[in-house]
Design a protein. Structure first.
Length: 531
């Protein structure tokens, strides 16, 4: 059984207010959790709740809906797992065939697996059954387990829809519904899958939403699905994790790879996550590092489940100290001791920067975040600094410093023109979409359950459809393909830098581009668009 890492064994005093009642919470025992849960926590060496746990658990034990805003590494998994286990254990019921009592939806297979492990760790003395279902593996063994009935089901949206269609599970007995990483669900285009799942839930249920950031779309989603929720926020919205030393290095695009190899050899000594914007870019980084004698591995949507698990296992053990990942694939990575995060490509969605650097400086440790920024990523950097309300210290790492750094990093004065992002919203160079026929966030062939395959699968966008309007990437790539439509978009997706005069979020057919924005999801999706 893997150790649950989201509880931090450090002493702190937290005041939590619950509808006019103020508690001084210094231990888990003060929360009123069941003795078997306290025994499991004691066995793990955990005595003190983190702020999100101390503020959430009293509300949840009283049965209220909750909207929790907390970044990665704050202990939010235990914040909902502990009260759910307490509630189910206090009212044990015989297992009903094809039924579950608590449903947790997670955006990726890695995160779903880790959440299920946490439930098993905390609930090991309760005799409850925990099941996890995600794509990329066989459906039949999961269906056989669900047929027996379970107490807690952790699932990715696409694979859950597969089981609902196959009548392997019925949601009519769900008492608690959890939507974890709600902002990432939205980014990945799973809102339509969620809307399809919700009608099968009973109206009398407790709803919990947890999110690392709070964009307007999440507020609207919470207002629609939550009933008089308590809002708990343990960190200001869109702030970066404390104890992370941040730095940006301005560098020409052609020199990024050499700078990365040099940084990993001369500066970085510990476990390191390197972020690339696309799966193909991640593979290129690994090949380049291998040529330079630097051992690394990649994790992204084109990797099989076995390859992903092997890469994570070697990263955790230290055999492979460098892991290159895309944003979506990395969202479920829960590894202690990450000392450095390197943004080889700056994200075109500023909230992703917060998620990325939150992978280091966990559990009270310190960490470092180094970002490479070329000329075409300057606008991304400005958006990040605007969102986080802080100026990131900059270093000039350019090979050609004849142009003053102030001009290199200044806001471009000329209006750029957008190019074509490639057919079907795939991530591609102009005239070529790397995302395949159906964009990004895909799953297995002709399946709904490919969210675990990650950000850029060749077969299905969120299970079989491309996103008509993706984020513009910086060389004519379209980072679209989030699967909002029910069929592939045969037109041109929103592109990016098709040329030096292109826009960051260009319009189709070379229309003037504008500022980058989140993809907008329009209309109900077909079955094939939900993995």
């Amino acid at each position: 059984m893997s150790r649950a890492r989201d509880l931090q064994p450090r002493r702190l005093a937290v005041s939590a207010c619950c509808f006019g009642k103020t508690y001084r919470l210094t231990t888990f025992k003060d929360l009123g959790l069941a003795q078997p849960l306290l025994k499991a926590l004691e066995g793990e060496g955990y005595h003190t709740p983190t702020p999100i746990q101390a503020q959430s658990i009293p509300h949840l034990l009283e049965g209220h809906d909750l909207l929790g805003i907390a970044q990665t590494g704050t202990g939010k998994t235990a914040a909902f797992a502990l009260p759910i286990l307490h509630k189910l254990a206090a009212n044990k019921q015989p297992r009903r065939r094809h039924a579950c009592r608590a449903l947790v939806l997670s955006p990726t297979r890695e995160l779903a697996s880790q959440i299920a492990d946490s439930f098993r760790t905390y609930g090991r003395h309760l005799g409850l059954t925990i099941a996890v279902c995600f794509g990329g593996v066989g459906v039949r063994p999961q269906a056989m387990q669900l047929a027996q009935g379970v107490d807690v089901l952790v699932a990715t949206p696409g694979r859950l829809i597969d089981h609902l269609d196959g009548r392997a599970v019925n949601l009519a007995s769900v008492e608690v519904f959890v939507l974890d990483e709600a902002d990432q669900m939205l980014d990945m285009g799973f809102i339509h899958a969620i809307r399809r799942i919700l009608p099968g839930l009973p109206k009398a249920r407790q709803n919990l939403f947890f999110s690392a950031t709070m964009p307007k779309e999440i507020g609207a989603l919470a207002a629609e699905f939550l009933k008089d929720p308590v809002k708990v926020s343990v960190t200001p919205v869109a702030t970066t994790a404390e104890r992370v030393e941040q730095q940006v290095i301005f560098v020409e695009t052609a020199h990024k790879r050499n700078l990365l190899a040099r940084t990993l050899r001369e500066v970085v000594k510990g476990r390191t996550l390197v972020f690339a914007r696309t799966k193909h870019g991640a593979d290129r980084i690994v090949r380049h590092l291998d040529q330079d004698g630097v051992r690394s591995a990649a994790i992204h949507g084109n990797k099989s489940q076995g390859q992903r698990e092997k890469a994570l296992a070697e990263f955790r053990s230290g055999r492979t100290p460098i892991l290159v990942a895309t944003d979506i694939a990395a969202r479920g990575i829960d590894v202690d001791g990450v000392t450095h995060v390197i943004n080889f490509d700056l994200p075109n969605v500023p909230e992703s920067y917060v998620h990325r650097i939150g992978r280091t400086a966990r559990a009270g440790a310190e960490g470092s975040a180094i970002s490479f920024c070329d000329a075409e990523e300057r606008a991304y950097l400005r958006d990040i600094e605007k969102l986080t309300r802080q100026k990131i210290p900059a270093t000039d790492g350019r090979a050609d410093q004849s142009t003053p750094l102030e001009l290199f990093s200044a806001k471009p004065q000329t209006k750029r023109q957008g190019g074509n992002g490639g057919n079907n919203g795939g991530r591609g160079r102009p005239q070529h979409a790397h995302g395949g026929h159906h964009g990004a966030n895909g799953g297995g062939r002709n399946s709904h359950s490919g969210e675990g395959r990650g950000a850029e699968n060749r077969n299905h966008a969120s299970g079989g459809a491309s996103q008509p309007h993706g984020h513009g990437d910086r060389r004519g790539h379209s980072a679209g393909g989030h699967g909002a439509a029910g069929e592939a978009n045969r037109g041109n997706g929103h592109g990016g830098f098709a040329n030096r005069s292109g826009g960051r979020d260009g319009a189709p057919n070379g229309a003037p581009g504008g500022r980058p924005r989140r993809p907008r999801y329009k209309g109900p999706a077909s079955r094939s668009a939900q993995s």
